[in-house]
Design a binder for this molecule. Structure first.
Ligand code: FES
Length: 689
């Protein structure tokens, strides 16, 4: 940039990039020179309106800039014309037309606020800087000339190089037969959708439109074992146009991942059937988000996917059998790119896809997405990131070192294996409190605002009925039963309390807690000894995995905890800690981050630098295979207790009164008494005592 120290100073917000530019420089050129991202489709012809900016007026003493609308050229004929045709708010300018006349603070409006929506709760908004792999470029191609026999396609390439700097362009083969027709339709004006991902990869024209094509979309999709979630995003503005979800139809082949691997092993056409099912579901969901957003699915040019390793393989058409047994070999662990057409995704014929890398055989591209979103590797402090599903994926680290593992928690947290468990849906109990004196519960039900002890609850709850307990409430009810003394630290229901409360009921040879009797046609809702065991096993698996990673990192505590996934959004951190699901931590530092994997996919969709970032970081992450760690067993046994047999929870104890240790006699516990302890457990006890 040939600027002198007396030239106007221009500061771009929110990036904070600044520089001096000669009077008369278009604001868009200044932005380009500083590397500030401003979209442009029309190439500065003032027809696409993508390059809008706003001048901030005032004295910005900190930056030593007095900025005013007088320091930018007045609206010219091109901007006036754009305003007449498309409308331009008074405060906005087209940066391709507006010229720098004096010092300026320029705001680049961020339409990129992303609302990472999960089923019931919006996660934090975030701004994603854009640098998509797809760019829309309008050019006016020279008409054919008998004296210069260069082909139509070649003149198109020449113009894309001249106006936009694209060198050595490739053209998707399916476009070649159509080029002549498209060029002539709008008098040689065409918009090319150009895909370029890696710095060293060749750019490719993937779609071609007559005239100005001023929109391009992408999808960011998280394919989970039970649900598939998708964002439809404008690649030009960064705006999330629609978000939706659907259930994964593969459930009919098996509830959990391992049963789907078994299905592949047992049935010759199993892999094909499951691949077809998940691709059909993704196509259906694309239809749904396009309808919601009023978008033609053929305007989708890029797609980013994240999923666990088994879904990753099944979606890409790879046999997942190797993932069902040690050493859990992935067919491919690095990022995968290709044409959506090759994976039967029905969007634009030239659209591309990108699948984030997998971290390990049990820690997939979804964990990589969550890692990109939350960025433990960007932190000074020790961050624990957990995504609780049927398989918990755990990442722990800071900018120096990151370790990752998965733990087989099973489906208990999702309500399966629990006698009154159900998925979060209207009619499910979602919050529970138990009075430690009377042992009486009060609860809230999805679809009803009132607590059960409030007037009008019974009438209001008829709308949905009261049908079961969802995952977040299962955590709460077990924790509350512990805090109120109904269960011991070993998780055994104290049958002697039956003398004090009719809610402690005998259930064969064990005891149960009666949460709700149930009205006519509604189920009786109880928490059984088996339910508590299932939760203990699940939470012990998760905690032992976390603890193993803490040992690898040589830390006694973690500084922050991020709960990813829909389930994490509804857990009260306090109860998760009382249960010993997560290690002791300041409660204020425990946050739910919603569908972080989906947010990571969105980041990789909107900015290809994030693809390089996560590829780099995944290569650095150390993978720990919990099944191979002999110590895991002991950590698991210790974690069966509430909150834990050996680990103290001092920060939790400051905020919650934990009950004194209670050891039940066999008579009080019935058959709920802990089984004969294993040699390891006895050894662990001796060591502690
Ligand atoms: Fe298209 Fe400015 S670049 S209007």
């Amino acid at each position: 940039m040939n600027a002198s120290p007396t030239d106007p100073l221009v500061l771009f917000m929110p990036s904070g990039k600044r520089g001096r530019f000669p009077v008369g420089t278009p604001v868009l050129d200044a932005a380009r020179q500083l590397g500030v991202y401003i979209e442009s489709v029309c190439g500065g012809r003032a027809t696409c309106g993508r390059c809008q900016i706003e001048v901030q007026e005032g004295n910005f003493a900190k930056h030593k800039i007095v900025s005013s609308n007088d320091h930018i050229s007045p609206r010219g004929a091109k901007e006036e014309r754009y305003d007449r045709v498309r409308g331009l708010p008074e405060s906005r300018r087209l940066s391709c037309s507006a010229l720098i006349l004096g010092d300026l603070v320029v705001d680049v409006p961020q339409d990129t606020v992303v609302n990472a929506q999960v089923v019931r709760k919006a996660a934090s908004d975030r701004v994603i800087e854009r640098n998509a792999a797809i760019q829309m470029c309008y050019v006016e191609v020279d008409e054919p000339d008998m004296h210069k026999p260069l082909g139509d396609l070649d003149r198109l390439k020449a113009m894309l190089e001249k106006d936009w700097g694209w060198k050595d362009l490739r053209v998707a083969p399916h476009l070649i037969p159509q080029v002549q027709k498209i060029l002539r339709k709008e008098n040689w004006g065409v918009t090319a959708a150009i895909h370029k991902d890696m710095e060293f990869s060749r750019a490719t024209v993937v779609a071609l439109y007559p005239g100005l094509k001023n929109e391009a979309y992408g999808i960011a999709c998280d394919i989970g074992s039970t649900t598939i979630a998708m964002h439809l995003v404008s690649l030009l503005s960064g705006r999330v146009v629609a978000s939706s979800g659907t259930s994964n139809p593969q459930i009919r082949f098996g509830e959990d991942l391992m049963s789907r691997v078994s299905y592949v092993m047992m049935n010759p056409d199993g892999r094909e059937a499951m691949t077809k099912a998940v691709r059909e579901a993704v196509n259906g969901l694309i239809g749904k988000v396009c309808e919601e957003g009023g978008v033609d699915r053929h305007d989708i040019f890029d797609a980013v996917f994240v999923c666990n390793p088994i879904m990753h393989h099944l979606f890409l058409g790879i046999d997942p059998t190797e993932l069902g047994q040690a050493p859990f070999a992935l067919a491919v662990s690095g990022a995968v790119q290709g044409w959506t057409n090759d994976i039967e995704i029905d969007v634009n014929r030239g659209a591309r896809f990108y699948m984030l890398p997998c971290i390990a055989g049990h820690v997939g591209a979804d964990a990589a997405g969550a890692t990109l979103s939350e960025g433990p590797y960007r932190q000074d402090s020790m961050m624990l990131l957990v995504d609780v599903g049927t398989n918990a994926e755990i990442v722990l680290g800071n900018r120096h070192r990151v370790v990752a593992a998965s733990s087989p928690t099973g489906p208990a947290f999702e309500g399966a294996e629990i006698s009154s468990g159900q998925r979060a849906a209207p009619g499910a109990i979602e919050r529970i409190r138990i009075d430690p004196e009377t042992l009486e519960p009060k609860y809230r039900v999805i679809g009803t605002d009132k607590w059960s002890d409030e007037e009008g609850f019974e009438e209001e709850s008829w709308k949905t009925g009261i049908t079961g307990i969802c995952g977040s409430a299962i955590i709460e009810v077990v924790a509350e039963m512990y805090l109120s003394g109904i269960i011991s630290e070993d998780g055994v229901i104290d049958g002697s309390l039956a003398a004090r409360s009719p809610r402690i009921i005998q259930n064969g040879r064990t005891w149960s807690y009666l949460l709700r009797e149930g009205r006519e046609g509604e189920p009786r809702i109880t928490v059984t000894q088996n339910d508590i065991r299932a939760i203990q096993l699940a939470k012990a698996a998760l905690y032992a995995g976390v603890k193993l990673l803490m040992e690898k990192q040589s830390v006694e505590t973690v500084d922050t905890i991020r709960f990813a996934g829909a389930f994490g959004s509804f857990i009260d951190p306090k109860y998760a800690m009382v249960l010993g699901l997560i290690p002791d931590c300041e409660l204020a530092e425990v946050k739910a981050v919603g569908n972080a994997a989906g947010t990571g996919a969105l980041m990789a969709l909107l900015n290809r630098n994030h693809r390089r970032e996560i590829e780099r970081e995944v290569a650095r992450i150390e993978k720990i295979e919990t099944a191979l760690e002999p110590h895991f067993q002991q950590l698991f046994i210790d974690a069966m207790a509430l909150p834990n047999k050996v680990d103290p929870f001092p920060r939790l104890a400051e905020q919650v009164k934990l009950p004194p240790r209670k050891v039940l006699t066999d008579a009080e516990a019935g058959d709920g008494a802990p089984r004969r302890r294993s040699r390891e457990e006895r050894a662990a006890r001796r060591a502690r005592e």
